[in-house]
Ligand binder design. Structure first.
Ligand code: HPA
Length: 276
């Protein structure tokens, strides 16, 4: 059997034994949003390190967990802490948690992240609805023997981000008076931020925001037929667009400041999901 599938099934077995809960929506929390998971009505949680065969690197010692519970009346599973490719994981390990949440029952995936704005009309502090993505700078998580029980060998990517969910996010942002930009998210490997030339390249390629996550997760989820939506918080403008050098602290600080708005938006979107 495909080793990636074997590992997935082993994690699923372990999780299924401990968690008797069927989520409808899977939520991945980006920088600054982690504590949102503690504000929902929690039913159960499971540390990544307690799942046999879950990709926990000895180098980074991941502290993340899955939180199961309700946002309003909607059953959700939240990834509190995501796995990044730049930490040194194989790409199929990066998307294993996404696949696991689908096996647990989640049909909808809500992805969030912090990103650098490369669209010159954006300002730091904006939110961006992800309409499409560019993942060509990271390996596809579908490389290797196809896992036929998850999805087809050559999946279509015409509508990675579900149009109805996009509309729901637009309406929710409007209701909350949150100014929402829209655009294309491009995933680089990181962990270094981009050079000014790379930021210009990203813009030329049609990107509006750049980051180090999300696109590969969306590919794996789309492969499995999940409905996907995503929102980026533009924590900074891309390197070279301002005079200031970019630091992780600055990105974190901006994300922390935006967190209350982001949390409201997530709550409204998820609680409205039952209507679509
Ligand atoms: N580049 C890549 N990833 C990021 C950035 C950025 O400018 N800001 C937040 N995450």
């Amino acid at each position: 059997m495909n080793p990636a599938y074997q590992k997935l099934l082993s994690c699923y077995d372990c999780m299924k034994k401990r968690i008797k809960f069927t989520p409808k929506v899977a939520l991945v929390l980006g920088s600054g949003l982690g504590e949102y998971a503690e504000t929902i009505q929690i039913v159960a949680s499971l540390n990544y390190s307690d799942i046999i065969d879950f990709p926990v690197s000895t180098v980074v010692g991941h502290k993340g967990r899955f939180v199961f519970g309700y946002i309003g009346e909607v059953p959700v599973v939240i990834m509190q802490g995501r796995i990044h490719y730049y930490e040194g994981y194989d790409i199929e390990d990066v998307v294993l948690p996404i696949r696991l949440m689908k096996l647990m029952g989640a049909e909808i995936l809500f992805l969030t992240n912090s990103a650098g704005g490369v669209n010159p009309e954006f300002v730091a502090g904006d939110f961006m609805l992800i309409r499409d993505q560019i993942s060509s700078f990271v390996p596809s998580p579908l490389i290797g023997e196809n896992i036929d029980s998850l999805g087809t060998r050559f999946p279509d990517m015409s509508h990675i981000y579900d149009p109805k969910l996009q509309q729901l996010i637009r309406e929710s942002a409007q209701q909350l008076d949150i100014c929402l930009r829209e655009g294309v998210y491009l995933q680089f490997t990181g962990p270094n931020y981009e050079s000014p030339a790379e930021v210009r390249m990203a813009r030329l390629l049609g990107a509006d925001a750049v980051g180090m996550s999300t696109a590969v997760e969306a590919i794996a989820a789309n492969h499995m037929g999940m409905k996907i939506c995503g929102v980026s918080f533009i924590s900074n403008l891309g390197c070279g667009m301002t005079d200031e050098p970019l630091t992780h602290e600055q990105v974190k600080e901006a994300a922390d400041m935006a967190a209350p708005y982001f949390k409201k938006l997530i709550t409204l979107v998820v609680t409205s999901i039952k209507t679509i």
